[in-house]
Design a binder for this molecule. Sequence first.
Ligand code: NAP
Length: 285
Amino acid sequence: MTLRAAVLGWPIGHSRSPLIHGHWIKEHGLDASYEPIAVDPEGASAWFRAFKTHGLVGANVTIPHKELALEACDTAEDHARRLGAVNTIWLEGDRLCGTSTDGAGFMANLDQTAPNWRDHKAAETALVLGAGGAARAILDALLTAGVGHILIANRTEAKAQGLADWFAPAYPSAKITAVSLAETDNVAGQAGLVVNTTALGMEGQPPLTLDVGRLAPDTTVTDIVYTPLETPLLAAAKAAGHPVVDGLGMLLHQAVPGFERWFGVRPTVTEAVRRVALRDLGVLT
Ligand code: NAP
């Protein structure tokens, strides 16, 4: 029987997940499928609660359903409860289980692309720009990885402070400091790792203005925006000689745990799957 998985969102046409999972299904010769399903927000809660009736072994969940999918789960991993959202769900018998793989995807990409980032000051201090859903997952992952001091800067400062307050009890030995976006140039020199999680630098958005000249030598600079693949921030950091990590790898790595849960094979993030995504982004022909 064909094992069916899906990506669930509204709208869902933009998702690159079918391409990635389709590549791995073919690579491993599996009798499996992965399809985009648009789940209308009206009635979505009931749809998730009836998940076992839809003929799917599991799914990725994207905007705007990540929070209500968590509510529908019978069990969820601790960090997903901490984040208040899931992006990956699966059935164990009749029970719906969920997790969030964004943070693990971010870390796996960082470890694969800039394996020496931990040797620098990053183990001490990271600067995270943005305080949205992706920042929340990345913050949790960095704190779990043992980063001792995180500076969070966001346009809406109250959201940065909100994240700092939210994570403080879970990581009592870490220091989490909210700063304003205007202050980032002044604090940037403390960080061994810089992560842009804002939408700035994305096609159609203004660039992020961070003076990379203020960074300590060898500070790793990462951007989770991947359209364009080389954001103005990454281009400036690269020109200044910093190790840089683009956002496409996070997208690919966050897909790995779901595929393994649903289909029983752990896929590898290879150049081949990266090329599939790059072709879709129009970066390769
Ligand atoms: P989100 O929850 O909507 O958060 C958006 C963040 O960007 C907030 O911090 C917001 O600041 C900031 N922002 C937006 N426009 C801004 C502007 N004009 N000036 C300053 N700050 C601005 O979105 P998200 O889910 O965290 O995603 C953020 C970005 O990451 C998106 O570009 C998304 O495509 C990308 N992403 C990539 C991956 C990957 O796998 N590579 C995964 C998830 C997300 P305020 O709080 O002040 O509004």
